[in-house]
Design a protein around this ligand. Structure first.
Ligand code: PEP
Length: 254
C-alpha cells in the first residue's frame, strides 16, 4: 500500500518568521482534519528555516523536506549543505534534481545520482524529480527523456534503495506556468515510469514506489489528478505558499 504524499516546495520564498506563521495555521487546520492519518504532509522551506521548523513541529506529523543537498559529508565546499547536516537539522525528505536546479545550477543525471545516494546513506527520503520540456514532448521524446533521467539518477542503486525513494514527475512546461498536465497525460507518464521501474527493479518493488505529480497543482485540479491509479500524491510549488490553497489541495485529496 502506497501512502500518498502531499508536499509543498516553497523554493526561495518565506523568511523564518513567515515559515513559522504558515505552520501555525497549517497545524491548527490539520488538527481539525484526519488528513495526517491518510497522507504524509511534507513542507520544503528554505535551508535556514529547517531547524526552527523542526523545533515548532516536534510533536506534529508534518514532515520537513530540504530543497537540495551536496553529496559529500563535509569539507571545503563553500556554500553547500550536506546530508548529515540536514539530518541533524530535522529534515526527513530532500528534493533532488528539480528542473530549476537542472536549468540554473547545472544539475545533471550524474550529480543527481550522487545526491540520491548521499540522502539514502543518511536515511533521508529523496524526492527525485524527472520531467520533459515542452520541446521534448512535442518532439515525441517523453519516453527517452524520462528513461535517461531515471537510469542516470538511479544508477547503481539496489532495489531496496529505490523502494525508499520517491519519484516526482514534473513536466517542465507545467512548472510555475499555470499549465497543468491533464489527468490522462499525467497518468500515462506515471504508468510509464512505474513500468520502467518494474523492468529494472521488479514489479513488487515498483508497486511500492510513490510517484508524485508536480506542475501547477492547485485546489481546482488536484482532485482529478490525485484520483489516478498511479499518481501517489503531489509536489506543489506556487499553491503551497498560501495555507488556504495548500489545505484546499489536502482536502480535495481526502
Ligand atoms: C515545483 O516547483 O515543484 C512545482 C511543481 O511548482 P508549481 O506547482 O508552482 O508549478
Amino acid at each position: 500500500m502506497r501512502i500518498p504524499i502531499i508536499a509543498g516546495n516553497w523554493k526561495m520564498n518565506k523568511t523564518i518568521g513567515e515559515t513559522l506563521d504558515f505552520l501555525k495555521i497549517l497545524s491548527q487546520e490539520l488538527q481539525q482534519s484526519s488528513a495526517t492519518t491518510k497522507f504524509e504532509i511534507v513542507i520544503a522551506p528554505s535551508f535556514i528555516a529547517i531547524n526552527k521548523m523542526a523545533e515548532l513541529l516536534k510533536d506534529s506529523p508534518v514532515k520537513i523536506c530540504a530543497q537540495d543537498l551536496f553529496w559529500e559529508d563535509a569539507g571545503a565546499f563553500t556554500g553547500e549543505i550536506s546530508a548529515p547536516m540536514l539530518k541533524d537539522a530535522g529534515a526527513k525528505y530532500v528534493i533532488i534534481g528539480h528542473s530549476e536546479r537542472r536549468q540554473f545550477f547545472n544539475e545533471t543525471d550524474s550529480t543527481v545520482n550522487k545526491k540520491i545516494k548521499a540522502a539514502l546513506k543518511y536515511n533521508i527520503v529523496p524526492i527525485f524529480c524527472v520531467g520533459e520540456t515542452l520541446a521534448e514532448r512535442e518532439a515525441g521524446k517523453i519516453e527517452s527523456i524520462i528513461a535517461t533521467q531515471l537510469t542516470g539518477g538511479l544508477m547503481d542503486l539496489t532495489a531496496n534503495d529505490v523502494t525508499k525513494t520517491v519519484i516526482a514527475y514534473e513536466p517542465v512546461w507545467a512548472i510555475g506556468t499555470g499549465k497543468t498536465a491533464t489527468k490522462e497525460q499525467a497518468e500515462e507518464v506515471h504508468l510509464m515510469i512505474r513500468q520502467m521501474l518494474a523492468k529494472q527493479f521488479g514489479q513488487t518493488n515498483a508497486d511500492v514506489i510513490r510517484i508524485l505529480y508536480g506542475g501547477s497543482v492547485k485546489p481546482s485540479n488536484s482532485k482529478e489528478l490525485l484520483s489516478q491509479p498511479n499518481i501517489d500524491g503531489a509536489l506543489i510549488g506556487g499553491a503551497s505558499l498560501k495555507p488556504e490553497d495548500f489545505m484546499g489541495i489536502i482536502k480535495s485529496a481526502m
